[in-house]
Write a protein that binds this ligand. Structure first.
Ligand code: PLP
Ligand code: ZN
Length: 397
């Protein structure tokens, strides 16, 4: 069953993206009536939780997504005085967490027998959709904000055969156009306004609890753009909490870039919806979003979990990206590093207590945005292969 998060109106399983009565966003309502023991010993991918995901399991379109690394980060953790784990979502098939939403969304598309799927994207959604559409054999159309998509993501979308259009406008404008086409039934929309996407992404929450041996961290920190992921993870941990699999819940902590922070602004004022930011700007292109569609759900997650929201500057993001890469060996794209930058800031501010158990979700792989990575480093030194020369160079370092 699908339910409106604002007015509670209920809908049967139909192609619907927003409430017909009040225009708000929708969510799926699912009951968990299995024992957690059934998840143990299964192949470690997202579909180990198939009983908790409301789609037809005979139609599954999968690339073996989920089951991502959960790295204990003692060096960085002890520097900051916390017990830190990093959930590495860049280890999914197309190198971001978007694959979790897409495997479920594409499975739903097969159930609904659609022939064309589409999305607007800052990059990763299009990369993922293109791959899953290829696997499903469906036509795929993606709208990208012109000039603002990281190179790796663009390469993926094009290479998997999507029809890629570069929209003159930002992400919010591209999404508005794509949504209009979907409402006229030209395609099935697989942006995160589609509640089935979030049914896949909620498994990040499931996995974190299972990764910790059926315990909740004190806090989950992640970057927030369109605000679907923080909503989905909260849904996941809440479902397992309500099923009695864990006995506490994490404080959901959403980090935004200073130039694109409608959710943090709303949190600071105690509001339930956001005031859109008109010209969002940040080097972290995956979260360069001014009008998040899941704002109501995300703010609810933050308030209900006694969580928090904070902004970080582009400089703090780039510093954190390098810090994580060089102290822990985990390479992430700039948006993902917002979670680490936020962790650092909130530790300094005393919002995070010493000794808290924290999981930072890092959302996409370093190589998604190779240009930013290369610009942040000094170029390799050109030298001859002469051993004596090389010895001198190494000793003089
Ligand atoms: C999509 C994305 C985000 C933002 O997630 P939302 O659900 O839009 O808040 C953050 N980081 C990366 C790498 C992403 O691809
Ligand atoms: Zn409604």
């Amino acid at each position: 069953m699908i339910r409106c998060v604002s007015c509670g109106e209920e809908y049967d399983d139909e192609v619907i993206y927003t409430c017909k009565k009040c225009g708000s966003v929708l969510e799926l309502v699912s009951d968990i009536n299995v024992s957690k023991d059934i998840f143990e010993g299964r192949r470690d991918n997202l579909w180990k939780y198939k009983e908790c995901i409301p789609v037809d399991e005979t139609k599954i379109v999968s690339l073996d997504e989920g089951g991502t690394p959960f790295c204990k980060c003692d060096k960085l953790g002890s520097e900051l005085g916390v017990n830190l784990y990093v959930k590495v979502e860049g280890s999914n098939p197309t190198d971001s967490f978007k694959d979790r939403g897409m495997t479920v969304g594409m499975t739903k598309a097969m159930e609904l027998r659609v022939d064309t799927v589409g999305c607007a994207s800052t990059g990763n959604t299009s990369a993922s959709l293109a791959a899953y559409a290829a696997r499903a054999g469906l036509r795929c159309i993606v709208f990208l904000p012109s000039g603002k998509v990281a190179l790796g993501k663009l390469a993926q979308a094009m290479f998997h055969g999507a029809e890629v259009m570069s929209i003159q406008g930002n992400f919010d404008e591209a999404l508005e156009a794509m949504t209009a086409l979907a409402l006229e039934k030209h395609l099935y929309l697989l942006n995160s306004i589609n509640p089935y996407r979030l049914e896949g992404q909620k498994t990040i929450g499931y996995e974190i609890l299972q990764d910790l041996g059926w315990q909740s961290p004190d806090r989950i920190i992640l970057p927030v753009g369109n605000a679907g992921n923080i909503s989905a993870i909260w849904k996941g941990v809440s479902e397992f909490y309500n099923a009695g699999f864990v006995d506490s819940l994490p404080m959901m902590t959403g980090i935004q870039a200073e130039g694109a922070c409608p959710v943090t602004n709303a949190f600071r004022k105690g509001e339930k919806t956001v005031e859109p930011v008109l010209n969002p700007e940040t080097i972290a292109t995956a979260i360069r979003i001014g009008a998040p569609v899941s704002d109501i759900k995300a703010l609810r997650a933050i308030y209900d979990s006694n969580g928090y929201s904070e902004t970080v500057t582009d400089e703090e993001i780039l510093d954190a990206q390098k810090l994580l890469a060089r102290t822990e060996g985990i390479g992430v794209e700039p948006a993902s590093a917002a979670s680490i930058a936020g962790l650092k800031k909130l530790c300094e501010q005393g919002v995070i207590d010493k000794g808290e158990t924290i999981t930072c979700v890092v959302t996409g792989h370093l190589l998604k945005d190779p240009n930013t990575a290369i610009d942040a480093c000094t170029k390799p030194t050109e030298v001859s292969a002469d051993i004596e020369e090389l010895k001198k160079l190494l000793i003089n370092k």
